[in-house]
Design a protein around this ligand. Sequence first.
Ligand SMILES: Nc1ncnc2c1ncn2[C@@H]1O[C@H](COP(=O)(O)OP(=O)(O)OP(=O)(O)O)[C@@H](O)[C@H]1O
Ligand SMILES: [Mg+2]
Length: 311
Amino acid sequence: MPVLEVRGVSKRYGKNLVVDDVSFIIEEGETYGLLGPNGAGKSTTIGMIIGILQRDAGTIRIDGAEHSVTNSRTKALIGFAPQEIAVYKDLSARDNLRFFARLYGLSGARARAKADEVLEMVGLSDHAGEAVSTFSGGMARRVNIGLSLLNDPKLLILDEPTVGVDPQSRNSILESVQALTRGGLSVLYTTHYMEEAERLCDRVGIIESGRLRAEGTQRELVAQVGEDDTVLVTLGGPADKALDRLRALDRVSEVSADGTRIRLLTEDARGVLPSVLRTLTEEDMDIRSVEVQEPDLEAVFLRLTGKGLRE
Ligand SMILES: Nc1ncnc2c1ncn2[C@@H]1O[C@H](COP(=O)(O)OP(=O)(O)OP(=O)(O)O)[C@@H](O)[C@H]1O
Ligand SMILES: [Mg+2]
């Protein structure tokens, strides 16, 4: 039985359908990534899953049971770390955790023990007594994640936990998540960093403009769009002129243009690059930049949506 089952969930704000018929499941012990750019609908989807937002359509099941804001059994299975850090800055990391553990109904002694256990899990034992106001963004994030672990969740939901975090803390957050999943926790992880999705997630759903465009393992997603490399050339002027000649080149399977940018698919980017550049030079085109992408999630995203993840 999946830990989370989201079926046909939609959310509308006025005229805007910001989550449009989204369905996916997370199996026990699985880490599922929701990968999409700003405004794609990730946080709104999560809001409906944790029950702070009313959905306009669809069903959500947790551990097989119909989930709603009033179902305390299913709610108790979820741990949630919001995108915005929600901790008391003047309190120490340990006191934040103890305070929230007491709110969850743990007795004083159990709250203290739980706080220490969680501090260990997020790698903050050495800074337990320090006020969060003295922490780096990444350390504060880890306190935020710690809070979501206090109720021993079965499903951990992390909404962009590495935004605004220094590289060292990012690494430490990713390692903590990996350690938690090794312990059997199921995780829903949103991000717009494809490297994180590639590193952490067993399966990835690509979300854009409220729609789940594709999902699968990284290998499956790459296979869906083909194994070709992508060559992106940005020009100083319109790209149309050279397209037919580029299409005629050996080993080039597809050429398209978007304003001043040419996108070319090929089984062998290194091999065709010299003739691509030669052709553009012969056509007197002003080459501003050239980028080669091997098939990865970024390339999948680009193929599916015509946009980069971070444009
Ligand atoms: N309360 C609201 N009222 C109206 N529109 C909203 C509201 N909350 C979100 N939206 C819109 O819904 C869309 C999806 O927003 P959402 O916050 O879910 O995106 P996201 O994928 O989490 O983005 P980010 O990566 O920036 O966090 C956006 O276009 C946003 O402007
Ligand atoms: Mg968000």
